[in-house]
Ligand binder design. Structure first.
Ligand SMILES: Cc1cc2nc3c(=O)[nH]c(=O)nc-3n(C[C@H](O)[C@H](O)[C@H](O)COP(=O)(O)OP(=O)(O)OC[C@H]3O[C@@H](n4cnc5c(N)ncnc54)[C@H](O)[C@@H]3O)c2cc1C
Length: 465
């Protein structure tokens, strides 16, 4: 049931945007995966065309009503749930999911297509759209661009920004920016596309994008290698890159604690090593015609010497799926255990082992915690998450969260790292941005926000206060 003010504005919207689909907010629009924040909403609108999006924005701008652009709701920093202030309009792109054009190099697709649908559209053309996230069945391509999502293939193909050639977007006042260029080179002034990517819906609504497509690798190989330390993992990465330049698609670090969480709470997955190793790597390669990926991985195992203590190489598609299922189950296991504080951090690659050692020593000295440190080690990006000791509840650590988070983020900052490597700022990290961002950068961000959204209606409270 909408409140009277919302109902009155719905009438305005209905008049301004003929045929607009509007619903009272179902719970799924007000929740987020971490379960930390509860959102507000007056109404959910589901436009089917860019013209309708522009109409919604013009009406909201005229009435100074806040708008939260909405993709799949899988964001991990609360950017998609407005928690304070007047209830906003949730502008869901879910009904805009059409493929507008596709050729061997570029896919032009609407923002509401899920990432899995986007990958499938590329595959139907015999091509690859390489962005890969565990949330890809639900996350939508507009959301992936708005958060500049990363995932497991950044090492080889780059993050969402690097995969995008152009965007069509609607700005706060309803202006349509028709930027669906397919150009690799375009130096015509400020790159507004690159401002919208990663802006988390605070500068405009992305309605469609032109995306780069790649050749499908002729031969794909996946392996899990036990490594003695994070430093050995980096040496193994260097060796793999030297032997197969440009062919390493994923290089994921997994810690024993994550494997033990899977044993403790599930989800049930096949564990390749009977004794859970301290550290292991999930490695994926994609090779051109004429080179067998399994042989290449076996060759790497041989050449690695003491860098690898044990290993399994997938012998079939089913085994490959099994290996990825383990990696993708880690966030769910973490959720079931319940973290005290989660950190999506990056540091310069050579500093990664020192960061892990320093942060772990500091956290262990501060109390009785468990640490699950895993992630996209090839990108210098770790999910460094801190949990209660076995048998203890998260509630017992209510006062520890801020302390732990500050401690980890200060160490990250000391290495010149980032306190949000791939998830964004949203609402959960606004304080961290203010604390750790360069003041010059923050001032420029505020100026851009004021110029493009002077009334502050785009996703109020996200990224900037
Ligand atoms: C299990 C799991 C695994 C994940 N793994 C990864 C990972 O490996 N790497 C990674 O980077 N992230 C990961 N994520 C986080 C999340 O999936 C990504 O941030 C994803 O890009 C969000 O897309 P979405 O469509 O769900 O966006 P939403 O959650 O709906 O929105 C996120 C932000 O984008 C804005 N937005 C959404 N659509 C638009 C639009 N069309 N125009 C403008 N703004 C818009 C919203 O306002 C909000 O600020 C994971 C999440 C889960 C639950």
């Amino acid at each position: 049931m909408l409140n009277p003010a919302d109902q009155a504005f719905c009438s305005v919207l209905a008049q301004a945007v003929p045929g607009l689909s509007m619903t009272a907010p179902e719970p799924r629009y007000l929740e987020e995966p971490r379960g930390l924040l509860a959102g507000l909403a007056g109404v959910v609108v589901k436009p089917v065309t860019t013209t309708q999006v522009a109409g919604v924005m013009r009406a909201c701008h005229a009435a100074r009503v806040g708008v939260v652009p909405y993709g799949g709701g899988t964001g991990l920093v609360g950017a998609q749930v407005q928690t304070e202030g007047a209830a906003p309009v949730i502008l869901s792109l879910e009904k805009m999911a059409a493929v507008r054009a596709v050729d061997d190099h570029v896919l032009v697709i609407e923002a509401g297509a899920t990432l899995a649908e986007t990958q499938a559209a590329a595959a139907a053309q015999g091509r690859l759209f390489p962005l890969t996230l565990a949330s890809q069945g639900t996350a939508r391509i507009g959301g992936c661009l708005a958060t500049n999502a990363g995932g497991v293939n950044v090492l080889r193909y780059g993050n969402a920004r690097e995969l995008c050639l152009g965007v069509e977007a609607v700005l706060a006042d309803g202006t349509v920016m028709a930027g669906l260029k397919r150009l690799r080179k375009d130096n015509t002034g400020y790159d507004i596309k690159d401002l919208l990517i990663g802006a988390e819906g605070t500068l405009g609504v992305i309605t469609a994008a032109s995306l780069r497509l790649f050749p499908q690798p002729a031969s794909q190989g996946t392996a899990m290698f036990v490594v003695p330390s994070p430093a050995a993992a980096l040496d193994l990465l260097a060796l793999a890159e030297a032997r197969m330049p440009g062919c390493i698609s994923a290089f994921e670090l997994i810690a024993r604690q994550g494997l033990e969480f899977l044993d403790e709470v599930g989800p049930p997955v096949h564990q390749p090593f009977a004794t859970r190793p301290d550290w292991m790597i999930l490695l994926e390669i994609g090779l051109p015609e004429g080179i067998d990926a399994e042989e290449a991985l076996a060759g790497l195992f041989e050449a690695a010497g003491t860098l690898v203590e044990d290993g399994v190489i997938a012998q079939s598609g089913a085994q490959r799926v099994q290996m990825w299922a383990l990696r993708e189950a880690l966030p769910e296991a973490n959720k079931r255990i319940g973290s005290i504080s989660s950190h999506d951090i990056s540091v310069p690659l050579p500093d990664l082992p020192r960061f892990i050692a320093q942060a772990s020593a500091a956290v262990q000295a501060a109390g009785d915690f468990r640490i699950n440190c895993f992630g996209h080690v090839g990108d210098g990006n770790l999910h460094y998450n801190v949990f209660p000791a076995q048998g203890r509840a998260r509630a017992e650590y209510a006062n520890a969260r801020g302390r732990v988070k500050d401690m980890v983020h200060e160490i990250v900052d000391g290495f010149g790292g980032s306190v949000s490597a791939e998830h964004g700022i949203g609402r959960l990290k606004v304080d961290d941005l203010e604390r750790f961002a360069d003041p010059g950068k923050l001032a420029a961000m505020r100026a851009i926000k004021a110029a493009l959204d002077p009334l502050g209606i785009m996703n109020p409270g996200a990224v900037l206060r």
